[in-house]
Design a protein around this ligand. Structure first.
Ligand code: DOR
Ligand code: ZN
Length: 428
């Protein structure tokens, strides 16, 4: 057996331990108080924080169709650099992932590249057109665990009802991009004072909340595993809290940008800050933060959305919506929750690895750091100081909304089934 020693690491930021990894089987062979010295490779973790590999329920890797902005390979590189060992890539590609062979191709490409498990999300409607359901059953049988029309909402209530029923029958997750299109039209910014001041068409909170309310009631009556993508408003938090208090089994995600950024970023009309749903107000960000802390919102998901500069460095209302997220999300979550003392590393592991793995029923992700468990791991230097730069990212695109911002919490290394998928040393 080939072995890797990961010495002097602090699982979940707690006591220093040493790990012996069996690279051949991809599992943690032993955990000990004393360092392992005779492994094939020995790494000194320098007291850094060790977490289970991160799991992102929501990314856009743009392959097939827009390989000029991201591919499964470059997206996997960005994921590994950000500490992720599994991601779910959305179906809004060209062609849309609406048939089993397309989903299978995404999965195989990810496996061939080998830096991250790339799970395909199947679309709910054919071609994302919101008219005909896809063959949810056939795709489920070929291994698709989650279905979403993300980028678009399943607006039609009758279609949504049928989708919920099919998803329930096949025991898969149905993820909704909640946006009543009739209320958003061509809006590009949160409807509020800032949009009014800037002369931008407004996207009201109710466009999201009315769909969340409807879907929660449908889930109450028809069951299934409903998941809400990128919750963005205070009212959505209230609705989720109500739904959960009624025993309705919905889950929800929040993005790092909806936690950290607000619509005052729009003052310069910089297209980098255009995203769907739009950046909201401070009270929304605050409500989302509390909701993640108390479990009303289950997970952080990035909605990593690469776009080329020709689509971002244009007039605000013409910019494509979306921001990079994979390489900055851990640092953003660390800034908001750990640096402030609101939460600890156990919380980070929960919302960025354990809960998403549980929702998607990934048996080999989000596992405890213990002997016999899969060696999907990320090592983080919590005190280093680094500056986010779009140009330096592993992603093919550079549309980060955090350009020039100094962060701590830097990923030092990532391992997928014991195999090194990223080390800081290689990237220097
Ligand atoms: O901002 C967004 N960008 N929101 C979405 O829902 C889709 C995504 C994309 O595909 O670029
Ligand atoms: Zn979306």
């Amino acid at each position: 057996m080939t072995t890797l020693a990961l010495n002097n690491v602090r699982p979940y930021g707690e006591d220093v331990l040493n790990l012996l990894i069996d690279v051949t089987s991809g599992t943690i062979a032993e955990v000990s108080d004393t360092p392992f010295t005779d492994a094939d490779e020995v790494i000194d973790g320098e007291g850094n924080v060790l977490l289970p590999g991160l799991v992102d329920m929501h990314v856009h890797l743009r392959e097939p169709g827009r390989e000029d902005t991201e591919t499964i390979a470059t997206g996997s590189d960005a994921a590994a650099k950000g500490g992720f060992t599994a991601v779910f890539t959305m179906a809004n590609t060209n062609p849309v992932i609406d048939q089993p062979f397309l989903a299978e191709a995404v999965w195989s490409k990810g496996q061939e590249y080998g830096k991250c498990d790339v799970y395909p999300v199947g679309s709910i409607t054919q071609g994302l057109e919101g008219a005909q359901l896809t063959e949810i059953g056939l795709m489920a049988r070929s291994g698709v665990r989650m279905f979403s029309d993300d980028g678009k909402c399943v607006n039609d209530p009758q279609l949504m009802r049928r989708a919920i029923e099919y998803a329930k029958a096949h025991d898969v997750v149905l993820a909704q991009h909640a946006e009543d299109h009739r209320l958003t039209g061509s809006a590009s910014a949160h409807e509020g004072e800032q949009a009014a001041r800037l002369g931008l068409r407004g996207w009201p909170r109710v466009a999201e909340e009315s769909i969340v309310a409807r879907d929660a009631i449908m889930t109450r009556d028809y069951g299934g595993r409903y998941h809400l993508c990128h919750a963005s408003t205070e009212g959505t938090v209230e609705l989720l809290r109500f739904a959960k208090s009624q025993g309705i089994e919905v889950t929800a995600e929040v993005t790092p940008h909806h936690l950290m950024l607000t619509d005052d970023k729009l003052a310069t009309y910089d297209g980098l800050f255009r995203v769907n749903p739009p950046l909201r107000e401070a009270r929304d960000a605050e409500a989302l933060k509390q909701a993640l802390l108390d479990g009303t919102v289950d997970v952080v998901a990035t909605d990593h959305a690469p776009h080329g500069s020709e689509d971002k460095c244009v007039e605000f209302e013409h910019a494509k919506p979306g921001m990079l997220g994979l390489e900055t999300s851990l640092a953003v979550v660390h800034r908001i929750f750990v640096e402030t003392g609101l939460a600890d590393w156990r919380f980070v592991a929960k919302v960025m690895s354990e809960r998403p793995a549980e929702i998607l029923r990934l048996e080999d992700q989000g596992r405890p750091i213990a002997a016999g468990e899969p060696a999907n791991l990320v090592l983080v230097d919590p005190d280093s100081s680094w500056t986010a730069r779009g140009e330096e990212m592993a992603s093919k695109a550079s549309n980060t909304p955090y350009e020039g911002i100094e962060f701590t919490a830097r990923v030092v290394g990532t391992w997928l089934r014991g195999k090194t998928t990223y080390t800081e040393k290689d990237s220097q």
